[in-house]
Design a binder for this molecule. Structure first.
Ligand code: ADP
Ligand code: MG
Length: 681
């Protein structure tokens, strides 16, 4: 019944119906679950004596002397006197003569509107009105009034009017699906009460309870789903890899050959990974670690172990530059272990590609490193044992899943975009988490400063000085969302300006997304070889490239970037032994923008910055809702750690007792439906 089309239920025009549809509302159920964005609390009435001009006042009183006159200019003016126990005020409406008939006299009504001072007196102009009925029936005024996301032609007022009778009529059909013990444990109101009161709350207190319940539900259902998914994964999926051992000797030898010691955190996560690949079901693990924390070497050792067990390993990176860098690291680190390591990317000639693919299929290649080229159609593996995806958030959900389908290998996702733990367990709860929370020894903090416009020249001279000393610099140009072409234009203009007027004596390079792959690679190579002093770039530079001699990162229009992204940029420097610097040039200096950038000066830990960003901008903005499968929550906040933990514990408990939700039919139904809502990419 709740699935009935609104067209059959609502008395309204087809125009309104199609507008509702654009808000995602087509069925009765959708409409009742179209929750308010916020509320106007009008429950406090203003006494007429206390009315302030130019503010919205809500007054309860009675009308008298109401009549309509025609002004000299031909307008119809309805005028009356409104009284409460403290005084009276004139009320005026324009061109609404019907009000004279409609509004009752000597009955209490509530007016909401602005008071204006004109013609020597204060009057209430064109207020909205509502006749006082039973308290709970007032819809628009005199209570906590719901405010909805509106669209053209659909106002909150319209929604309230249409929704109120629907809620009254249909609310009984909403069935409780949450187990009793969960409701009790977390002191939650029942589902019906929650829906009813989220729209038309009887009090502030019950509204809070309603919102608490609905927020809990969102986080609970989301997690129930991932926890169940994980359970399935572990029970029903068998690892194709058999008898994998931890080749302790080989691993020790490899570690000994490194020109540094692994950090304790690296050792710990390596153990976690190695222990996983022995299990009978495939690993599904997310390795998080701040920029420069040394994830690659961990991946390389894990790969070595799998390869030495006779299985193949695939490593996929989001850009060719990065894939190449990994390839170089792997070749170097694993040089003495007699492994066939291959590279495949867009720039690989078709002949080379064919050869690599042939080797992948026949099993002669041990480790293959590449870009998206790795998941193209004609690819295949003989016995893929481990798939590693670097900077996993750069790939869509589908792309990430593709590698899984080559014989359910162990899966290691890596990311340098720090995701606060609560968020990670919520959205990636089907993966186990490994966190490198320690930087290699000797890393210096990167001095970060917001540079005001009047210090710009000084900053440029300082850069020049550093370059004279042999160092290199990045200059990142502002993000331009609307168009790639504009962004490229902007960076080209900036490049010319810098080249001609600021650094005429230096070698400048220009990098942007519209360059061909081989052009990009050439520039990066030249920068790596210190043939370029200053690299001017758009945000394409972002991912994990490693240029130890670069010590300065200047970011133009810094406030346009998210903190996590700024932190990624900053992570491009400070990779060698030299003291490094990050200069932020904001193109807008609002207090808010500066406050956000100040956290860059203050914090050097990516996780902390991600948390701040999340608070300020929400997860959709920070991680991209579509791309990374981050759900678009309506009531809950992914930063609400407490509720997330509570919901998670309840979800774990339920899946532990009843993994297939056989005894929780309604819950099972609910998460089946929610699938479309949450994971629609
Ligand atoms: P990320 O985690 O950002 O991918 P990388 O794996 O690229 O970081 O490592 C960054 C740099 O740190 C590399 O040059 C790498 O060789 C170096 N490195 C990794 N682990 C250590 C360590 N334990 N001690 C010193 N340097 C390390
Ligand atoms: Mg990396």
């Amino acid at each position: 019944m709740l699935n009935r089309s609104l067209a059959n239920v609502l008395r309204t025009t087809s125009e309104h119906l199609s507008k509702l549809e654009s808000l995602g509302v087509t069925k009765v159920k959708d409409f009742l679950l179209y929750f308010p964005r916020t509320y106007n609390d009008n429950t406090e009435f203003t006494k007429i004596m206390d009315i302030r001009t130019d503010e919205v006042n809500v007054i309860k009183g009675k009308l008298s002397n109401l009549f309509t006159i025609r002004t000299r200019t031909g307008k119809k003016l309805t005028r009356g006197i409104f009284n409460d126990e403290t005084g009276s005020i004139e009320v005026i409406w324009f061109n609404q003569p019907h009000l004279t008939r409609m509004l009752p006299r000597q009955k209490e009504i509530i007016l909401t509107g602005k008071a204006k001072f004109s013609g020597g007196k204060v009057s209430l102009q064109s207020p909205s009105y509502e006749v006082v009925r039973q308290y709970e029936e007032q819809v628009h005024t005199g209570r906590i009034v719901p405010v909805y996301h509106e669209t053209e032609g659909i106002s909150s007022k319209w929604i309230r009017e249409k929704l109120k009778p629907l809620v009254d009529e249909w609310i009984e059909l909403f069935e409780e699906y949450m187990p009793d013990e969960v409701l009790k444990e977390h002191d939650l109101v029942d589902y019906k009460t929650a829906i009813k009161n989220v729209h038309f709350p009887e009090s502030d207190e019950i509204l809070k309870k309603a919102r608490k319940r609905l927020a809990f539900d969102e986080l609970f259902l989301l997690q129930l789903k991932v926890i169940q998914k994980k359970w399935y994964w572990q029970k029903s999926t068998q690892a194709k890899t058999k008898n994998i051992e931890i080749k302790t000797d080989v691993i020790k030898e490899c570690i000994k050959k490194l020109d540094f010691d692994l950090t304790n955190a690296q050792k710990r996560v390596l153990k976690e990974i190695l222990n996983d690949v022995k299990k009978s079901f495939p690993m599904s693990r997310l390795l998080q670690g701040d920029v420069g924390s040394g994830k690659t070497i961990v991946a390389a050792i894990a790969a070595l172990n799998i390869a030495k067990n006779g299985y193949q390993v695939a490593i996929m990176a989001p850009t060719e530059i990065l894939a190449k860098q990994h390839y170089a690291t792997f070749v170097k680190t694993l040089s003495s272990f007699c492994l066939n390591i291959q590279f495949i990317a867009g720039s690989t000639t078709s002949k080379q590609k064919e050869e690599v693919v042939r080797q992948m299929k026949s099993g002669t290649v041990d480790i293959v490193i590449g870009t998206h080229a790795l998941i193209q159609e004609k690819i295949g593996f003989k016995n893929l044992g481990l798939a590693i995806i670097d900077e996993q958030h750069r790939f869509g959900v589908k792309q990430r899943e593709t590698l899984k389908n080559y014989g359910t290998p162990h899966l290691l996702n890596m990311t340098a975009t720090p995701i606060p733990r609560t968020l990670a367990i919520t959205i990636y709860g089907d993966q186990d988490l490994s966190i490198i929370d320690e930087m290699p020894k000797g890393r210096q903090e990167i001095l970060t400063r917001i540079v005001p416009e009047n210090k710009r020249t000084e900053a440029y001279r300082w850069v020049e000085d550093q370059i004279q000393k042999g160092r290199q610099a990045f200059i990142i140009c502002p993000l331009i969302d609307e168009s790639d072409i504009l962004e490229v234009k902007a960076v080209q203009t900036e490049f010319l300006h810098l080249k001609e007027h600021i650094f005429p004596k230096l070698n400048l390079g220009l990098l942007h997304g519209k360059l061909k792959q081989d052009e990009k690679d050439k520039i990066m190579e030249d920068f790596k070889d210190n043939k370029i002093n200053v690299l001017v770039s758009t945000s394409v530079i972002e991912v994990g490239i490693d240029i130890p001699n670069a010590t300065i990162m200047m970011i133009e229009g810094a406030q346009r970037f998210g903190l996590s992204q700024l932190h990624q940029f900053r992570g491009r420097v400070g990779r060698g032994g030299f003291k490094s610097f990050c200069f932020l040039f904001p193109s807008e200096t609002s207090e808010e923008a500066l406050k956000r950038l100040k956290s860059m000066e203050k914090f050097s830990c990516g996780f902390k910055l991600a948390e701040i960003d999340l608070e300020l901008r929400g997860p959709g903005e920070v991680y991209g809702v579509r791309q990374s499968g981050i759900p678009d929550l309506k009531m809950a906040s992914l930063t609400d750690t407490k509720t997330i933990e509570k919901a998670r514990n309840s979800a774990i408990e339920i899946i532990r007792k009843d993994p297939l939700l056989k005894e929780h039919e309604k819950l099972a139904e609910k998460i089946a439906i929610n699938e479309e809502v949450y994971f629609n990419d």
